[in-house]
Design a protein around this ligand. Sequence first.
Ligand SMILES: C[S@@+](CC[C@H](N)C(=O)[O-])C[C@H]1O[C@@H](n2cnc3c(N)ncnc32)[C@H](O)[C@@H]1O
Length: 561
Amino acid sequence: MSLYFDAVTILIEPSSGGSFKSRIYSARNLRATPSQIYALIIEASKWDRVLAEVIERSDILALERKLNPLLALLLVHDHLLSKKGIAAPATHPIRQAVERHKVRLKAEFTKARVRRGCASVEQLKAALLREKRQADGGSNSVYPRWVRVNNIRSTLDEQLRTTFSSYERVDTIAELAPEDDDRNRRKLLYIDPNIPDLVAVPFGADFTSSPAYKNGEIILQDKASCFPAYLLLGDRGPQDAWEGDLVDGCAAPGNKTTHMASLLAKQREQKKPRKQIFSMDASKVRSKTLQKMVSLAGADPTVTVLQGQDFLALDPMDSQFENVSGLLLDPSCSGSGIVGRDDVPQLTLPVTKSSQPSKSQGKKRKRRADDDDEAEKQQPKGMAGTADASPSDENDVPTGAVDRERLTKLSNLQARIVEHAMKFSSATHVTYSTCSIHLIENEAVVARLLASEVAQQRDWRLLRRDEQPEGLRKWKHRGVRRDRDAATDVISDESAMVAKLSDEDLEACLRCWSGDAEGLGGFFVAGFVRDSKTDTSRGDEPLQDDQGENSDDEEWEGFSE
Ligand SMILES: C[S@@+](CC[C@H](N)C(=O)[O-])C[C@H]1O[C@@H](n2cnc3c(N)ncnc32)[C@H](O)[C@@H]1O
């Protein structure tokens, strides 16, 4: 019986990182075998919609107090669809709670099949897969697994010959979509045309036990998250390699830092690496992950990690940073662009009369007592729909609800961080990025930055589309003037700010959107450059931080640990 309670525990526990499968295999508090638990959840997730219908119509949740929606779904799955039935002794109260209703359950299952016009259970399975895909946003949106090859430890060619040797090349992202339900087994590979050394494979592909992943030769990093480092360091080669030092001001867990280090390694070719990147995060806890990622990527000779360092507390005039010419800023944001960060199956659950749950996952439970008590305790709490499903440890937890005050605070902090970057004496390149879809955190911040004192005095401007690295020049999704979400549409001051951006400015901004054919979440990035190294109005006199409207205490809410 522990199988079902273990499965519920896994589904309602918040993500602690890693793939869903690896989390089951590394969990310590489970009694059933990981393979059984994994198989049960994956199989049940293929049938969830019909099982939810069957449970609702047979009304067993109202009749059986020991069952909760998630537990009932898993049990009814095995009762109706597993050859061996429910994996528990025939006398177990939870098994009896389901089997007492076997006639009704079977009848409702048959009716659900007939309603879909399916002559067999196999046909029903295929119909359910189609239903699921449509509910996920239609055939256009495929979210593959993106894999970046780390040039410090390997090359794309080498990885194609080794890790991906058995993979078949496809020409479009769409081909990575599962045609049937075996996407975990299909070995397909798409080489990205925009970001060098980036490939995509079907989402179910698991590399966590592959030597290349363990050795840091490949890094699982979303495509959009690769834009900032590439925008900053571009297509340079050994002839025109990046000369100065670099700063990643908001760096944990370290994807963009290690990407910068990888791009530098490619430019350097045979030359010995030198400490060239200062990478920091204000969170001490997250800085530890950053350090680990840097070491795993073999980037220690290139990267100095400043653990727990507030970027805003760095003195841009400090001699330590006098050679810093490029800065990458990816500050905390609302995270509203994040989709599918977690591969935990989202189960559609039966709706009870007293509650309206729709998806699996909820809050962490403490400890299990015995199985019967567990049934009553494991009531899913917060239900995860798409908008509120993915608590992020880097950004706000997307709740689906729009909190304008919160967005305003975040955008104030974002603008302040980038303005600070623009003050570094030798800085000529700055990138700003968010995984937010909101105008107020993106184009409106860019407009504020261009109008800021530091930008005006030091001649900062946007890196135009025609100046961008080749792969990004080809990227067609550019800055926008209006929010797509009417609830956050810009008002008053922000409208006026964004209106000041020219069409060329918007062409300079890069956007990614979820739900289209690109296979990405929402993301924004813009690059700033300055052609001269001196201030135009006040010589090289240091600019002071504007502490005015944003007190530190208030603004620190922008990220969580
Ligand atoms: C979106 S995450 C960065 C993700 C990272 N760039 C990557 O690609 O892996 C934002 C990070 O900024 C950090 N942060 C926010 N404000 C900061 C500040 N003033 N100084 C340094 N780090 C800051 C947060 O702790 C959080 O880890």
